[in-house]
Design a protein around this ligand. Structure first.
Ligand SMILES: [Ca+2]
Length: 124
């Protein structure tokens, strides 16, 4: 009995450590879902796609977190990522999905696709 209690405690401790590191697993899934060309804003952002610094989340990271909480899961899935593509987390006027397609950072308003207006917009 003593042994199994120790095992449970160890497993719980391990679980806490793993869940504290939002990192590698989520990043792997993210990179698989949104492969970023080398040198793109998205590729250069790495952790900064979801995080401000360390564990602190940016606006896009918070939307990911909210979507995960709504699904009551701690595991990031492709569906969760897709479910927030229509949002514009950083409010730069370009949806997360469009930014990810263009390999810009959906959590940074300064990073967005180069003007994508139709060619025949009136001159300014
Ligand atoms: Ca945006």
């Amino acid at each position: 009995m003593k042994g199994s209690k120790l095992l449970v405690t160890t497993l719980l401790a391990l679980g806490l450590i793993v869940s504290a590191l939002a990192g590698p697993k989520m990043q792997v899934l993210f990179n698989k879902t949104y492969p970023a060309p080398k040198g793109s804003d998205l590729e250069k952002a790495k952790c900064a796609v979801c995080h401000v610094k360390g564990k602190e989340l940016n606006v896009y990271g918070k939307d990911v977190q909210k979507a995960m909480q709504e699904k009551k899961t701690k595991d990031l899935t492709v569906d969760i990522l897709k479910s927030i593509e229509k949002l514009d987390s950083d409010k730069d006027g370009v949806s997360n999905g469009d930014e990810l397609k263009a390999a810009t950072n959906p959590g940074d308003p300064k990073s967005k696709p180069a003007a994508t207006q139709p060619a025949e917009t009136s001159t300014q």
